[in-house]
Design a binder for this molecule. Structure first.
Ligand code: 13P
Ligand code: SF4
Length: 393
């Protein structure tokens, strides 16, 4: 019989966003923006970024995630969601440098997917992701050991670990080594289908909402899903509950996307009859149910741009994407933010044009600032997990 311990040592490893050892190491290496790059006029910054980019030519490729600011993304050679940007890496073998305007886990994935002669740069190493920090390698190792004690994650009752790309390389490597895979918001359903063909149960990390939304869309009822709380003994579950589960959802979330609510959707529908509501699948399940459509950032942009002239959209994702999309489709279509106050990803925002200018001019001077280099011992299994992902979709 399982009893919850009264004093739980796991509480010691907090579920508040914690930095992985790897991220701590890199933040320690973080080079602050030199004073001479602070307070530059916009025009000067634009002119110098364009000049540095032109001087570097094919030596550098700039990748930009859709949540980046306008002042940065306008210099990207390629924009996209996490999946599309990961695909871009191998398409630029000439580039010595991949300047990733996005967040830490994206740059890590790019480093793992890049060739040996290439270096990946994240203009500000403090551009992390709070969701990715919600699973630490020691918590995952403990979860896996607990699953074993509970009679799962063995040959008789396999568990396939699937990690959202929004996780540290160490987590991806753990999954790769155990027959698991990485997924993104654009291929979560295909990846879960792949995983369930290999095992009865999936452990989905670290975003419970993406896991729940994707599994539900594939027909898994909510009562066959359980949430693993890393602060609790045995995740706060018992073996009987686990035995019924098809998917074990890690208790992680995105603090930006969990701001969206079904009430906001009711309100926008009242104010704009006929509005179409589209959200990112990191929002809670009831929000996806209340919306008309859900998908990755690239999918959201495509759906709105391809919609009928005159369409009105309410979009539930990060505010930079929403504002840019509103400008791009204006005046033929109307785009509103589902959250009237807008939802900002403050870590994406850390990549400023000043940082971009600094790293580009640094390359011209022979200096590589804020390089992301995944340790060799994590690289091979991370690569396995990412390659599996790229082969599925
Ligand atoms: P996409 O892969 O859909 O761009 O999502 C990345 C992300 O971090 C969303 O919060
Ligand atoms: Fe991470 Fe959320 Fe920001 Fe995406 S929006 S990078 S999941 S904190």
């Amino acid at each position: 019989m399982f009893h919850k311990a009264s004093a739980n040592p796991r509480k010691m490893s907090t579920s508040l966003p914690v930095l992985t050892a790897y991220e701590k190491a890199h933040l320690a290496d973080r080079q602050p923006l030199p004073d001479r790059y602070v307070g530059l006029a916009d025009q000067e910054m634009d002119r110098r970024i364009a000049a540095a980019k032109a001087a570097l030519g094919r030596r550098a490729v700039i990748l930009g995630h859709h949540y980046q600011r306008d002042e940065v993304i306008k210099f990207a050679d390629h924009t996209g969601d996490s999946y599309k940007l990961a695909q871009q890496v191998s398409r630029h073998p000439d580039a010595e440098f991949i300047v990733f305007c996005g967040v830490h886990f994206m740059a890590e994935s790019a480093d793992v997917l890049s060739a040996d002669h290439q270096q990946v740069i994240l203009p500000d190493l403090a551009a992390g992701c709070s969701m990715s920090d919600m699973v630490a390698p020691d918590q995952l190792a403990m979860c896996w050991a607990d699953l074993g004690q509970m009679g799962f994650a063995n040959d008789a009752s396999p568990v396939v670990p699937v990690t959202y790309i929004n996780s540290a390389a160490a987590i991806k490597a753990f999954c790769g080594e155990r027959g698991g895979v990485v997924c993104t918001s654009s291929n979560a359903k295909a990846t879960l289908t792949w995983a369930w063909a290999r095992g009865e149960r999936v452990l989905f990390l670290p975003d419970q909402h993406l896991g729940r939304n994707a599994a539900y869309a594939l027909g898994v009822p909510l009562d066959r899903m359980v949430v693993w709380d890393p602060d609790e003994v045995w995740g706060g579950l018992d073996p009987d509950r686990l035995a019924r589960a098809r998917i074990v959802l890690w208790k992680g979330h995105c603090s930006v996307h969990t701001r969206f609510s079904a009430r906001q959707i009711e309100s926008v529908r009242r104010q704009h009859p006929g509005v179409r509501v589209i959200v990112h699948p990191e929002v809670p399940w009831e929000v996806v149910q209340a919306a008309d459509d859900a998908g990755s950032t690239e999918y959201i942009i495509r759906q709105v741009k391809n919609s009928a002239i005159g369409s009105v959209w309410a979009v539930g994702t990060e505010i930079h994407l929403v504002s840019r999309l509103a400008n791009d489709v204006h005046p033929d279509r109307t785009v509103l933010s589902l959250d009237q106050f807008g939802c900002l990803c403050s870590t994406m925002f850390r990549v400023s044009p000043n940082h971009l200018l600094w790293v580009l001019e640094g390359l011209l001077e022979g200096a590589v600032h804020n390089r992301i280099a995944v340790p060799d011992e994590q690289k091979s299994w991370t690569r396995v997990a990412l390659d599996r992902m790229l082969s599925i979709s």
